[in-house]
Design a protein around this ligand. Structure first.
Ligand SMILES: [Zn+2]
Length: 244
């Protein structure tokens, strides 16, 4: 089909095909900018690493508290045993106990307690190094988290202005696009929109007699009408043809 030459009052001298070509360019730009905006927004939103570090830190808290509690209990138990041993020791060396059988028993008891103390001390050392290990891990995670937070803030600081920059450009292109669309014959605009929805790029150039959309030759009669700036669709791919 052919929609005849249409010259707008706002963009004088521009043919219908020229207007559609320009509209097509604006739509492609719009698409590109929208894509850029989506990327910046995704980048601004992406806090997966931050959330992961936060939950890692939370998961390290319980084992750390647990290990600290065990260490404390072990320290108290050890103190009790040491106190007990001290008391028996002083009883032994004070000379108040004369009974040899009792003395032997007390010595035996002290020996047993000291052996228990050594075992407890070894266990306590193990617990202490366990606490230190978990503390070091939690410290590393906390540092990572701080680093990620700084990166996050930095990203917000650089990407927010970028976002509003893109939004400004986007609004400008949208304004131009809608202004131009208002000047275009509505029937032609419908054809353009229909092609855009089904094929994508709606307006293509004709180069060396061929449609650049599908690379099929354009008949001479169509080529001439295209050159005049009428709305001509490619017989093969239906795209609107354009000749500069
Ligand atoms: Zn074609």
């Amino acid at each position: 089909m052919t929609i005849s030459h249409f010259t707008s009052t706002i963009s004088p001298g521009m043919t219908l095909a020229g207007q559609l070509h320009k509209l097509n360019q604006l739509d492609l730009e719009l698409q590109k900018k929208q894509q850029e905006l989506n990327e910046v927004e995704n980048h601004l939103r992406d806090n997966m690493a931050l959330v992961a570090a936060e939950s890692k830190l939370v998961s390290q808290k319980e084992p750390l508290e647990d290990a600290r509690r065990k260490q404390k209990n072990s320290e108290w138990e050890l103190e009790d045993l040491q106190e007990k041993a001290r008391r028996i020791d002083s009883k032994l060396y004070s000379g108040t106990t004369k009974d040899s059988k009792e003395l032997v028993n007390l010595e035996k008891e002290v020996k047993g307690l000291k052996s228990q103390i050594r075992t407890r001390e070894d266990a306590l050392l193990g617990l202490m190094s366990q606490v230190e290990e978990i503390e070091a891990e939690a410290k590393t995670t906390a540092e990572e988290l701080e680093q990620l937070k700084r990166e996050w803030e930095q990203r917000q600081a650089t990407s927010r202005p970028r976002k509003s920059e893109i939004e400004t450009v986007l609004a400008k292109i949208k304004g131009d696009r809608n202004g131009l669309a208002h000047q275009i014959d509505s029937e032609a605009l419908n054809i353009y929109e229909r092609i855009r929805l089904t094929i994508g790029q709606a307006v293509v150039k004709v180069e060396r007699g061929r449609c650049l959309g599908c690379h099929v030759n354009v008949p001479t009669s169509q080529w001439q009408k295209t050159k005049a700036g009428d709305l001509i669709q490619c017989n093969n791919c239906s795209r609107i043809l354009y000749l500069e």
